[in-house]
Write a protein that binds this ligand. Sequence first.
Ligand code: NAD
Length: 314
Amino acid sequence: MPGEIADDLAGQSVLVTGGAGFIGSHLAAALTDHCDVTVLDDLSTGDREAVPADAEFVQGDVRDAVDLESVMAGTDVVFHQAALSDVGASVRSPVEGHRRTASGTVKLLNAARREDARVVTASSAAVYGEPDTLPIRETDRKRPTSPYGIDKLAADQYTRAYADLYGLPTVALRYFNVYGPGMEAGGYSGVVSAFLDRARNDAILTIDGDGTQTRDFVHVDDIVRANLLAATTEETGQAYNVGTGTGVSVQKVAEHVTRLLDADSEVVYGDPRDGDIKHSRAAIGRARSQLGYEPSLSFADGFKRLVEPASPIS
Ligand code: NAD
């Protein structure tokens, strides 16, 4: 993990909301050697076992004033990951999604404001919806297609507004498709984990549509790196895309998985998913120039790391 960046946070008190989830648990693990880490998670989808032993764990809800007050006291930096992160669940339960993702973020920002704590909010490529052009720039039109994307856009804009209105040092990071150890099968990079599981058993890999749809798959280590940079940047009050700048087709994912695992899986094609975005790829120039962010893992290398047993985390 990027120790030299985490060193800049040495001795600080950090709060990771959603720290029992996929990305939050990696973030907490990267920080425990350098900072006092508290994890706040209601375990609605997270796993207590994923929280590093050196972090203080508080089971609670970001929407609950009492829970928030108890964890926020003395906090220097908040990495806000808690959300209803499942797009399908947000379509089934838009009110619940709104409460968790949009309202939860306002409450969190408000509590951070009282403490004058920096907030780095997990935003999403979902704020853009179907892009007009590629790569997607931060200034491009936002036309989210799901309640999740709309709530993330609200969270993202509240994060900026707290900087503009109240001078709070905040940053929103628009993650693209994050993959890595511990990712959820149904998540953003669900196709990666689903194909890996199936190929390990030489089972059929089903591609929705013709497989030419592309995504910007970014390794969770690079997401952690971007968060650490956002935690110390002077360039606050902004949103940054965090991806690799490269689009990889679902067809390519299937080929990588079968080759790396030497699997005998057959690839079959199903109906395209309703409302699926055809192509998504981040422009990362703003994160590069203002945060000093550089993706360290290509898709091929990140993938190799996924399938290698007990691969070391740098
Ligand atoms: P995740 O679902 O694994 O983690 C979210 C965590 O938040 C879970 O542990 C859950 O229990 C917790 N949580 C939910 N509501 C809460 C609440 N009200 N109070 C306290 N805890 C609560 O998701 P993830 O993949 O780790 O994503 C982390 C963040 O990044 C989310 O905000 C997500 O929307 C965003 N994001 C993820 C991706 C991706 O590819 N995984 C891409 C773009 C954005």
